[in-house]
Write a new protein. Structure first.
Lengths: 151, 917
C-alpha cells in the first residue's frame, strides 16, 4: 500500500491503515470510514511512557511508525512495531492497564479515545457490531486454543 | 475439457467444480460398468436356467443380503476414516466379483444361481452408498441440485458401454468372462477415488466428523430406527424410496417374465437383455445430464418429485386402455416394455438425484443417516415386500398377468404421490429448522389454580430477590386476573425492589382492593422510595379529590411530586385538573429547581399526559432545562410540544430523535412536515426517516412508502426503516415493490460488470473492487428488506441469518429458502447474484437483465460511481473513487467532484477537496 507521504493523512488513508490491521481485517471499509475521524495522530519521543501498569485505560493505540515496548517493570513482554495495535480492549471498558507501554524509538501513533468511540457506536451501531464480531472471533480462537491445550 | 467450454454450460457445472465432477463421473462410470457386466452375466444365467416366476425368490434372498450389507456398511462407516473406508469398499466389491466367478465354476447347485444374482443387488447398493456418501460430503444443497444429475450420470454411459460390450462379446467370450471384465472395471475406478481423496483431503481424511453423535455399535440399529420414526422428513423420504423401488421391481419382474417366454437360449437372452439395457442407458443419460439439473432448478425440488409417479400413472393407464382396444398379447408386452424403460429412466435420472437433493438441507450426520436408512433399510424392504407379494400373486393367478400388475402399480403410484405431498409439507420447515435450530418456543403457564398460587407464595417467601422479581414479572404478564393474595405477599417481601415493582403493578393494573394495604405501608415506616410509589398509586386510584389534599400539600417536595404524578394519571377529571394547576405553577415558576421538578413530573407521566406549557421549556435558552424538557416527551405529547421539538434539531440531536421515537405515532405528521421541506441536511433527513422506521405503525408505513416513491435518493434508508418497522406490503402496492426489487437486481448486475472490468492485479482497482462489493452487499440487504415486505418475513430473516453465517451449507440453505419463498423471476436472479460462483459466470447468466453495459477501464467505473449511476452509492465508495482518480492519475471529469465539496460527510468532503486541489 502506498500511503501519502505528506504529514497529515487523509481520512481515506487512515481507513486503509485500519484495514491493514489484523483486528480490522474483516471489518468493511465503510464502517472503518466512520472510525477513521477518531484517529488522532500523535508524535512521541523515544522513552516516553505512554501509560503505566495499573493506569485506567481509556484509549487504544495504533503504531504508524516506530517501536513500542510493553513491559512490567524491567521485564519486556513484547516489542510492537508498525501497524500493530495495543490497548484495544480499553475502547470498550475502563479496566486498568495490565502492563506499561514505553516508546522504544521515536514514534508516530494513532490514538482512539473511548468517549468519542462510544458516541460513534451510539449513532452507528454497525461499528459496534463490527467490533463485537472481532472480539467474538478472538474469544472463539482463545477457547479453541484452551480446548486443544487441555487435550 | 477446458473451463468455460460450452460443455460446462450444457451440464450446468461451474469452473471450480469441474475437476471433482469429472472424477466422480469416471468413478461412477467404471463401477457402473463393472456392475452392468455382472448383471448381464448373472441375470442371463439365472433366466436361462429357471422360469421368471422364480425371480421373486431372488428378491427375498437379496433383501436379507441387502440388510446384512447395509448393517456392515453402517458399522464400519463410522469406524474407519472416510478415505480408507471407501477404498476398502471398492476393493471388496471387486474381489466379490472374483469370488462369484470362482463359485460359478466350482458349484453347480441351485443356491449358487440364486446367491450370485442376489449379489448383484448388494453390489448395486454398496456402489450407491459409496458414491452418494462421497457426493453428499463434497457438495452443498445448491450444488447438489445442479450436479447430482450430471455426476450420477456416470453409471449410465457405463451401463451403455457395459451392456453394448456384453451384447457384442457374449457370443465369443461366454458369460463367465463378462464377470472378469466387470472385475477389471471395478479396479479401474480406484485411481479416480484416490485422486478425489487427494484433492478433497480435508473431507476424506476426517473420521466422518459425527463420530461422537452416531455410533454404529449395539445401539446403532435402535438409533437408526428411532431416527427413522422421529424424523418426519427422513421417514417420508424413506417411504417414497420404498414405493419407487417396489414399482421398478414389479415392472422389471413383469417385463422379464415375458422376455423369458420369448427367448430361450442363453446367448439370445443375454443379447436381448444387453441391447434393451443399452437403449435404456442412452435415454437415461440424455435425461440425466441435460434435463435433471435444469428441471430441478426450474421446477424446484418439490415439483420435480412428482414427475416419475405421474409419468408412470399415465403409461399404466395407456396399457389398461390398450387392453380394452386390442387382445394382441405382444402389443401389451411392448407397452409394458415402454413403462419399464420410462420408469427406469425417470427413477435413475430424476427421482433418485432429486430425493438426494431433498436430503441435502439436513445436517451432515443426519443426511448420511437418512441415506443409510433409505438405501440400507427401505430398498431391501421393498425387495422383500415385492418378492413375497409376487410369489403370492403367482400362487393365486398361476401366471404372470401384466394387467394385474398394472393395477398394483396404480395403487402404489397413488401412495407414492401422497408420500411426495407429505415430504413437500415438511421440506420448508426442515430448511428453516436447519438454519434456526438454536431457537425454541416459550412454555405457556397457567397461574390461577390454587395449587400453583400456593407454590408461588412459598417461592416468594423463600426465593432470592432476583427469583421473586422474575416471578412478579411472570405473573404480571401471564396471570389474569391478578391474585390480590399474591400481590399482598409481594408487598410484604423484605426486598425494596420487589415492593416497588408490586406497587407499580397495582397502579398499572388498577387493583383497587389493595388501596388499604398501601395506606398501611405509609404508616409502617417504609423506605422513602416505597412511600413515594405508594402515594403515586394511591393518588392514581383515588375516587375523590379532597382525600388527596394532604399528599398534594405535603411539605416534603418529593412526596408532593409523587402525589401530582399519581393524580395526573387518575381517571377522574377533577383530580387531574387539580394536579394540572399545581403543575402549571411549577412549570412557570421563576425558580429553576421548581421547573426541574415540573419536568421530572412530566417525564414520569410522559406516555399518558402532556402540559400545554411544556413547549415553553423545550424552547428554553438554558440547555439543561431544554434537554430535560426534550426527554420529557412521550406518547402523551401535545402537538405544540412536538412542533417546537423539531425546531431543536441541530441543538440536541440525540435527545430530539429519541424524543420523537418516544412520542410514537403522534410524531409522524410532524416528521412528514419536516421531510416535505428543504430545511434539513441529508444526514438529518436520514435520521428522521430512521426514527420513522423505529416508530412504525400504519402512519409511519404510509409516510415511508410515499417517500420511497418520491425521493429515490433516500431509498436505502427508507427500505431499512420499513424493514425495521416490520412492514408488510398490501396487494395494491406489491407490484411497486416487485418492480423495485427487479430494478435493484438490474443495478447489481451493472455493479458486477464494473467489478469484471477492473484489473485484478493492481491496488487501486482492488480498492474500488472491494468498495463495489460493499455496494453489492448493501443491495443484498435492500433486496432482503423488499422480500420481507412481500413474502414471509420470518423466512427472509432466516435467509439473512444463513447468508450472514457465511458458511457454505448455510448459504446454500438460505438460497433454497429464497427459491421456495420469493417469486421465481426475482429469487432465481438473486441467488445467481449472491452465489459463490465466478464473476464471469454470474455476468454471463444475468446479462439479459441489463444489456446496456460496456465497461472496459477503471476510469469508466469511477466516472459512473461519481455521477451516482445507477444507484446512490455509499460515501466510502465515492470517496474511494475520488482518491484513486487523483492519487493514481486516472482521468475522470473533474466537475463530478464539485458537488461533494460541500458534502455533510467528513470523509467525502475531505477527499473531494484533495481531488480538486
Amino acid at each position: 500500500m502506498n500511503i501519502s507521504s505528506s504529514d497529515r493523512l487523509l481520512l481515506v488513508e487512515k481507513v486503509l491503515i485500519l484495514k491493514s490491521l489484523t483486528i480490522f481485517r474483516d471489518t468493511p471499509e465503510n464502517i472503518l470510514a466512520d472510525l477513521a475521524p477518531l484517529m488522532q495522530e500523535e508524535e512521541y519521543e523515544k522513552n516516553t511512557l505512554l501509560f503505566k501498569e495499573g493506569d485506567t485505560g481509556d484509549c487504544m493505540f495504533i503504531i504508524r511508525s516506530g517501536e513500542v515496548r510493553i513491559h512490567k517493570g524491567n521485564t519486556i513482554l513484547a516489542v510492537l512495531r508498525d501497524k500493530e495495535v495495543f490497548g484495544e480492549l480499553s475502547l470498550l471498558d475502563a479496566e486498568t492497564r495490565s502492563a506499561s507501554a514505553t516508546c522504544q524509538t521515536d514514534c508516530i501513533l494513532f490514538r482512539i479515545d473511548q468517549e468519542p468511540f462510544y458516541e460513534l457506536i451510539e449513532s452507528r451501531p454497525e461499528v459496534a457490531r463490527g467490533f463485537i464480531k472481532i472480539l467474538c472471533q478472538r474469544l472463539r480462537a482463545q477457547n479453541e486454543r484452551a480446548v486443544s491445550s487441555n487435550r | 475439457m477446458k473451463p468455460n467450454h460450452i460443455w460446462l454450460k450444457i451440464f450446468n457445472v461451474h469452473t471450480h467444480e469441474w475437476d471433482v465432477v469429472k472424477k466422480l463421473f469416471w468413478l461412477q462410470f467404471f463401477q457402473g460398468a463393472g456392475i452392468s457386466f455382472f448383471f448381464t452375466a448373472e441375470f442371463t444365467r439365472f433366466l436361462h436356467k429357471y422360469p421368471a416366476e422364480k425371480l421373486p425368490w431372488v428378491m427375498v434372498i437379496s433383501s436379507f443380503l441387502l440388510w446384512g450389507a447395509g448393517f456392515v456398511y453402517a458399522k464400519f462407516e463410522h469406524k474407519i476414516p472416510f478415505k480408507k473406508f471407501n477404498l476398502g469398499l471398492t476393493l471388496m466389491m471387486a474381489s466379490s466379483i472374483l469370488l462369484v466367478i470362482l463359485g460359478d465354476n466350482y458349484f453347480t447347485q441351485d443356491w449358487i444361481y440364486y446367491i450370485s444374482l442376489s449379489w448383484f443387488y448388494v453390489l448395486y447398493l454398496l456402489n450407491n452408498l459409496e458414491f452418494w456418501g462421497i457426493a453428499a460430503q463434497l457438495f452443498d444443497m445448491r450444488q447438489s441440485k445442479r450436479l447430482f444429475g450430471v455426476i450420477s450420470a456416470g453409471d449410465i454411459p457405463a451401463k451403455f458401454i457395459g451392456y453394448t460390450l456384453a451384447y457384442s462379446v457374449v457370443k465369443y467370450t461366454g458369460l463367465n468372462n463378462l464377470l472378469l471384465i466387470g472385475f477389471f472395471c471395478m479396479l479401474c475406478s480406484i485411481p479416480f477415488l484416490l485422486s478425489i481423496a487427494r484433492k478433497e483431503e480435508k473431507i476424506f481424511n476426517h473420521d466422518h466428523g459425527h463420530k461422537k453423535v452416531y455410533h454404529a455399535e449395539k445401539k446403532s440399529i435402535r438409533i437408526l430406527v428411532n431416527n427413522f420414526f422421529n424424523n418426519k422428513i427422513i421417514f417420508r423420504i424413506a417411504l417414497i424410496s420404498f414405493l419407487a423401488s417396489a414399482c421398478i421391481l414389479i415392472v422389471t419382474y413383469g417385463f422379464y417374465a415375458k422376455v423369458k417366454e420369448a427367448y430361450h437360449d442363453d446367448e439370445s437372452l443375454a443379447s436381448f437383455i444387453a441391447l434393451y439395457n443399452t437403449g435404456l442407458a442412452v435415454a437415461a443419460l440424455i435425461t440425466k445430464t441435460v434435463f435433471t439439473g435444469r428441471l430441478t432448478s426450474n421446477l424446484g425440488v418439490r415439483q420435480s418429485l412428482f414427475i416419475t409417479p405421474i409419468a408412470m400413472v399415465l403409461l399404466v393407464f395407456t396399457v389398461i386402455f390398450s387392453v380394452s382396444q386390442t387382445s394382441n398379447e405382444m402389443t401389451i408386452f411392448y407397452f409394458f416394455g415402454g413403462i419399464y424403460i420410462a420408469i427406469d429412466v425417470l427413477r435413475a435420472a430424476i427421482n433418485a438425484p432429486v430425493l438426494l437433493t431433498v436430503m441435502q438441507p439436513l445436517p451432515t450426520h443426519e443426511r448420511l443417516r437418512a441415506h443409510n436408512i433409505v438405501k440400507g433399510i427401505m430398498d431391501p424392504f421393498a425387495t422383500l415386500f415385492c418378492g413375497i407379494f409376487l410369489l403370492v400373486l403367482f400362487h393365486i393367478q398361476k401366471e404372470v398377468n401384466l394387467i394385474t400388475l398394472c393395477y398394483v402399480l396404480l395403487v402404489l403410484a397413488a401412495f407414492w404421490i401422497i408420500g411426495i405431498i407429505r415430504v413437500n409439507n415438511v421440506y420448508v420447515n426442515m430448511l428453516v429448522k436447519t438454519i434456526s435450530s438454536r431457537f425454541f418456543s416459550q412454555e405457556e403457564f397457567i397461574l390461577n389454580d390454587a395449587e400453583t398460587i400456593q407454590k408461588i407464595k412459598e417461592k416468594i417467601g423463600m426465593g432470592t430477590y432476583p427469583e421473586v422479581l422474575s416471578i412478579l414479572q411472570m405473573i404480571s404478564t401471564k396471570q389474569n386476573p391478578l391474585s390480590s393474595e399474591l400481590l399482598t405477599s409481594f408487598l410484604h417481601h423484605p426486598s425494596e425492589e420487589v415492593r416497588l415493582e408490586a406497587i407499580k403493578l397495582i397502579g398499572s393494573k388498577q387493583v383497587n382492593s389493595l388501596k388499604e394495604e398501601l395506606n398501611s405501608m405509609l404508616l409502617e415506616g417504609s423506605p422513602v422510595s416505597v412511600k413515594k410509589e405508594a402515594i403515586k398509586t394511591i393518588c392514581r386510584l383515588a375516587e375523590s379529590t379532597p382525600v388527596l389534599h394532604a399528599y398534594l400539600h405535603n411539605p416534603d417536595p418529593g412526596l408532593k411530586q409523587a402525589a401530582i404524578i399519581g393524580m395526573l394519571s387518575n381517571h377522574r377529571a377533577a383530580t387531574k385538573l387539580t394536579a394540572e394547576i399545581e403543575l402549571q405553577q411549577l412549570l412557570r415558576s421563576p425558580i429553576a429547581a421548581e421547573r426541574e421538578i415540573a419536568l421530572t413530573i412530566l417525564e414520569e407521566v410522559k406516555d399518558e399526559y402532556d402540559h400545554p406549557d411544556h413547549e415553553l421549556l423545550i424552547e428554553s435558552d438554558d440547555p439543561v432545562i431544554r434537554h430535560k424538557a426534550i426527554i420529557a416527551i412521550g406518547k402523551g405529547a401535545l402537538d405544540q410540544s412536538l412542533e417546537v421539538l423539531l425546531k431543536q434539531i441541530g441543538k440536541d440531536d440525540k435527545a430530539v430523535f429519541k424524543a420523537l421515537q418516544q412520542a410514537g405515532q403522534k410524531a409522524i405528521p410532524h416528521i412528514r412536515k419536516a421531510l416535505s421541506g428543504n430545511k434539513f441536511s441529508d444526514t438529518k433527513r436520514q435520521q428522521l426517516i430512521s426514527s420513522c422506521g423505529k416508530i412504525g405503525g400504519t402512519n409511519a408505513h404510509e409516510l415511508l412508502v410515499h417517500l420511497l416513491k418520491t425521493t429515490p435518493a433516500a431509498s436505502s434508508e427508507i427500505i431499512k426503516a420499513l424493514y425495521r418497522s416490520k412492514y408488510v406490503a398490501g396487494n395494491e402496492i406489491r407490484p411497486f415493490f416487485e418492480e423495485l426489487a427487479r430494478a435493484y437486481l438490474k443495478y447489481a448486475v451493472e455493479l458486477l460488470h464494473m467489478q469484471k472490468a477492473l484489473p485484478t492485479d493492481d491496488f487501486p482497482s482492488q480498492l474500488i473492487y472491494n468498495a463495489v462489493n460493499l455496494e453489492l452487499q448493501e443491495i443484498r440487504e435492500l433486496l432482503l428488506g423488499l422480500f420481507s415486505f412481500l413474502y414471509d418475513r420470518e423466512q427472509i430473516r432466516k435467509v439473512r441469518r444463513g447468508l450472514d453465517a457465511n458458511q457454505k451449507e448455510s448459504i446454500a440453505n438460505a438460497m433454497e429458502i429464497i427459491e421456495l419463498t420469493v417469486r421465481k423471476d426475482i429469487g432465481r436472479y438473486f441467488n445467481i447474484l449472491y452465489e459463490n460462483i465466478p464473476i464471469d459466470r454470474k455476468c454471463d447468466d444475468l446479462k439479459f437483465l441489463n444489456t446496456d453495459i460496456h465497461y472496459q477501464q477503471t476510469s469508466q467505473v469511477l466516472g459512473r460511481i461519481l455521477s451516482e449511476q445507477p444507484i446512490f452509492y455509499q460515501d466510502w465508495t465515492k470517496a474511494c473513487s475520488m482518491y484513486i482518480s487523483k492519487k493514481y492519475g486516472l482521468t475522470v471529469d473533474i466537475r463530478l467532484f464539485d458537488k461533494y465539496l460541500e458534502a455533510d460527510n467528513q470523509i467525502l468532503q475531505e477527499t473531494a477537496r484533495y481531488a480538486c486541489a
